[in-house]
Design a protein around this ligand. Structure first.
Ligand code: SAM
Length: 267
């Protein structure tokens, strides 16, 4: 007999999937092959894990709650390709993952943004990510310029990946029911040459600074974040962005060009 289940912990974002149809849709969106390694963040009670183990070569599942371990070991003991790690996903050494790892997760919503940023930083090791998120975060990932949802997360995610909003999921598909709606997104990492970490760090700093003061113009926001005024004006002029523009009107290409213009000024 399986060990009795510990109660769901709200503080750890434990809203477990109970709809097998949604589980199937998520696993199928990941399009797994026997040679794939999957990283699952937060296996919980294992709703997705068995399906992932059936299709991938290896599944590394990182769960923060040690109370779930006996249940997972008991119910998934037959999955020889499961590597269960009890610990915090934010402390996981993403750099040790094999190249082309696929991430599949129903993310704990309280910590989904920092996990997303950590995954984007680890993108050199990743091929694609299929993530269940709170709808608001999913919309931010996929947002285009000139929309309310467009911000740091949109630019950094779209710089790294093609982002598709795949489908929405009703709160009724979870136990306990979450108070917010959910959606599944797929991020397919763009094929890139090796990313220069120093340039990427500058790009990230620029995007964060641009959106740091949403009500201000880009010039004022960047100046308030420590960029020298004369460098801002010359960089904006070099890429053809008007001096009165706001951060949310710039496309990804604008941000890339702007970061390169600042880089040129740096060297
Ligand atoms: N995958 C399961 C499902 O779909 O039913 C559970 C999803 S539940 C929304 C999120 C899971 O992430 C929970 O099991 C929770 O304990 C775990 N979790 C929360 N914070 C975590 C963290 N920092 N690192 C790893 N797992 C975490």
């Amino acid at each position: 007999m399986a060990p009795s289940l510990p109660p769901a912990l709200k503080r750890l974002g434990q809203n477990f999937l109970i709809d097998p149809n949604i589980v199937r849709k998520i696993v199928s969106l990941a399009a797994l092959r026997p040679e794939d390694t999957v990283l699952e963040i937060g296996p919980g009670r294992g709703a997705l894990t068995a399906g992932l183990c059936a299709e991938a070569g290896r599944v590394i599942a990182v769960e923060i709650d040690p109370q779930l371990q006996p249940h997972l070991q008991e119910t998934l003991g037959h999955c020889r390709n499961l590597d269960l790690r009890i610990g915090d996903a934010l402390a996981f050494p993403f750099g040790t993952l094999p190249p082309h790892t696929v991430v599949v997760a129903n993310l704990p919503y309280y910590v989904s943004t920092p996990i997303l940023f950590a995954l984007l930083d680890a993108r050199a090791r990743l091929d694609r990510l299929v993530l269940m998120l709170q709808t608001e975060v999913a919309l931010r990932l996929a947002a285009k310029p000139d929309s309310e949802d467009y911000g740091v997360l949109s630019v950094l995610a779209q710089e790294a990946a093609e982002v598709e909003l795949a489908f929405r999921v009703s709160p009724n598909c979870f136990r306990p029911r979450p108070t917010v709606g959910s959606a599944v997104v797929r991020l397919t990492i763009k094929a890139r040459d090796e990313v220069d970490p120093v340039r990427y760090e500058r790009f990230r700093r620029l995007v964060r600074a641009a959106f740091a003061h949403r009500r201000k113009t880009l010039v004022n926001s960047l100046r308030d974040e420590g960029y020298p005024s004369e460098r801002i004006s010359s960089a904006l002029q070099a890429v053809g962005v008007p001096l009165q523009a706001r951060a949310e009107t710039l496309t990804l290409d604008h941000y890339r060009a702007l970061a390169a213009a600042f880089d040129d000024g740096e060297s």
